[in-house]
Ligand binder design. Structure first.
Ligand code: NAG
Length: 272
C-alpha cells in the first residue's frame, strides 16, 4: 500500500472506532421496561422512563475486567423524590463484584444525593454519599468509573469524588477477578430513597425521564495496555478529591463509628 493509502485506511479505522465508542446501538441493549427505554438519534441518545407500572434499564453487550466508562447523564427534573437513576458495573453470581453510582431523587429544589458503593464477592457496606456542586437536571454531566488492578476512581465532570484503592496487602477484598457488565436504570425506590423513605413518589408527575448520551467505553476482558490500566491521581486530582470530600460529602462509611463498633474498616486507615 502507498503511504497515502495507509494513512487513509488508518484515518478511516480511527473514525469508525471513535464513532462506535459513542453509540448506544453498538454498545448496549435496552434490557427491560417494555418500551420505556429508547435509543434515539442514531444511537447518540438513550432515554429511560418510569411510571407507576414500571421503570426501565439498559446494559452493555460486553463484560469488562478492567476499564474506563464515561457516561453523560441528565437526571429527572422537578419533583424526582422516590426515583433512583443508576449507572453501575456488576458481575454475575452470588459472590458478585459491583461499583455503583446511584442518584437519589428529591423534591423540587432539594438536592439529589449521589450514592456510591463498592462490592467485592457479594460484600458491600462501603457507601459514600455526596451532593453535587451543580444542578444535575439542567444539563448533561459526565460521570465516570475507572477501575484497574490498583484502584477505582469515580469522577464527575473530570473531578474525582472517590478513590477506592486496592488494599489486599492488609486483607481487604478488591474487585479484580470478575468481568463486569455496565448497567443503567431508572426505577421507583420510594420505600428508602428520599429522606429515608419519608417522601414518596408523586405519580401525578409521571412519566419521569432520565437521559443518557456520549457513552464511551474503553474496557478489556483480558490484559490491556491502555493508559487507564495504570492510571493514578496526580497532585491536582488529589486536591480536587479533597475539595469534594470536604465540601460535598454527606456520608462516609469510614467515619461511621456507630455502624462499625468493632473499629472502622481497615482500608479507611489514613495509611492504607
Ligand atoms: C433531599 O433534601 C433534603 C433536604 O435538603 C436532604 O436532607 C436530603 O439529603 C436530600 N436527598 C435525599 C435523597 O433525600
Amino acid at each position: 500500500m502507498s503511504p497515502f493509502k495507509i494513512f487513509f485506511f488508518a484515518a478511516l479505522l480511527a473514525a469508525v472506532f471513535s464513532f462506535s465508542a459513542a453509540d448506544f446501538n453498538s454498545d448496549v441493549n435496552v434490557a427491560w421496561g417494555n418500551g420505556r427505554g429508547k435509543i434515539l438519534n442514531n444511537g447518540q441518545l438513550l432515554t429511560l422512563s418510569l411510571d407507576r407500572s414500571s421503570g426501565s434499564g439498559f446494559q452493555s453487550k460486553t463484560e469488562y475486567l478492567f476499564g474506563k466508562i464515561d457516561m453523560q447523564i441528565k437526571l429527572v427534573p422537578g419533583n424526582s423524590a422516590g426515583t433512583v437513576t443508576t449507572f453501575y458495573l456488576k458481575s454475575e453470581g452470588s459472590t458478585w463484584d459491583e461499583i455503583d453510582f446511584e442518584f437519589l431523587g428529591n423534591m423540587s429544589g432539594d438536592p439529589y444525593t449521589l450514592h456510591t458503593n463498592v462490592y467485592t464477592q457479594g460484600k458491600g457496606d462501603k457507601e459514600q454519599q455526596f451532593y453535587l456542586w451543580f444542578d444535575p437536571t439542567a444539563n448533561f454531566h459526565t460521570y465516570s468509573i475507572l477501575w484497574n488492578p490498583q484502584r477505582i476512581i469515580l469522577t464527575v465532570d473530570g473531578t474525582p469524588i472517590r478513590e477506592f484503592k486496592n488494599s489486599e496487602s492488609i486483607g481487604v477484598l478488591f474487585p479484580k477477578s470478575k468481568p463486569m457488565r455496565m448497567y443503567a436504570s431508572l426505577w421507583n425506590a420510594d420505600d428508602w430513597a428520599t429522606r429515608g423513605g419519608l417522601v414518596k413518589t408523586d405519580w401525578s408527575k409521571a412519566p419521569f425521564m432520565a437521559s443518557y448520551r456520549s457513552i464511551k467505553i474503553e474496557g478489556s476482558s483480558c490484559s490491556p495496555s491502555s493508559s487507564w490500566y495504570t492510571q493514578q491521581m496526580d497532585a491536582t486530582s488529589q486536591a480536587r478529591l479533597r475539595w469534594v470530600q470536604k465540601n460535598y460529602m454527606i456520608y462516609n462509611y469510614c467515619t461511621d463509628r456507630k455502624r462499625f463498633p468493632q473499629g472502622i474498616p481497615r482500608e479507611c486507615a489514613p495509611s492504607a
